[in-house]
Design a protein around this ligand. Sequence first.
Ligand SMILES: [Zn+2]
Length: 408
Amino acid sequence: MKAIVADFSIKREAWDRVRSRLMRGGRESHGITMDLTEIPEPTFTSPNWVKVRSIMSGISTMDEGMVLHHDLSAFGASLSFPFVPGNENVGIVTEVGRNVENLDLGERVIVDPLLSCEPREAQPVCSACSRGEPAYCRNFFQGIIGSGMLIGACRDTGGGWGDYFTAAASRLRPIPQDMDSDHAVLMPEFSRAVKAVLRNPPGTGDRVVIVGGGSLGIMVLLALDMLGHDQPILVVVEHPFEVDLVRRLSDASVVLAHSPGAAFEGVAEFVQCEVLYPKVGRITLAGGADLVYETTGTADRIEDAMSFTGEGKRLVLSALNQTSGFDMSPLWFKGIHIEGVGFSGRELYDGDMVHVLDIAVDLARKHSFPVAELITHRFSLSEHRQAFAALASRSTSKAVKIIFQHVV
Ligand SMILES: [Zn+2]
């Protein structure tokens, strides 16, 4: 089958180090290679697993870290090489294990990609999974498949950037008849936005800042609205087209971070506090927002987000894809509370504990979900270089969500 394969080469890493010294500013790849190639289709050994033919796969914020920054830290310490990326997947079930009862051949599905104790059949089940927090699973190295936190970051399962991948049947959700595949491919990311809001809802009178106008930022904005929160919101974006997008989809305030001080001035005005321009060190705020959702996962924006957060207030990291060279000083100076949201799991919804993917699907069906505004670019696997180029030049490509569309 065709697949984009991510691999790690020590030789390549050494060469990249030499090259980046010789050619100052040369792009470092940290030894990561990503190539379209022919590989055998993935297989499964457990009677509880299934094989899925890919229809579509999004480029997630974690993939973005890998493509743009060659930083794989978002996939955790458990990554196994070589792997096929792609953790936001829609596909068709083509083969089922003998114990599988909840899925039929030919069924269209979306996938919870987390490879925690349950799908990897690890025994004994870890304490995090036992208490219903699979995002913090300790067994990403154990069980019936090779190590890896996600489908799309494990050498044995494949991922959505290949024609086929495998998954535990329990992690798949049949897509409702009335939901098309374009909607469905956005549900894994939307479930992360929903989880971020359900775990960290704004309180009465809170002023809320969303950092990032990419697909995850927009989805946090949608989740806040769909879950009934009407607090004042300011979205901090990087590109002029994102200002228009936020305005078309909501009545939230928006500020364009076109210069280092612009975002700080915008947040200061929104929360009524002062910008500090120190002689030494970064710009910061004397005060800040009650609740900040950081959705880009990049080092610079996370540093900004810490500064935008008020003293003793909350910062929610809903993405993390570049972890090198962080300035964590606002943590000390402002005593803020940071929560990393992670993947999957159940949250309280309408009085019950419900899987976040099912909450996302329910909300998207009850409300108008702006798919056409979000999916801006589609590519085949063989056009992956164009896809990565569109991702790297968002100011001109105006990419919000980029997906790979398979030929089925
Ligand atoms: Zn576990």
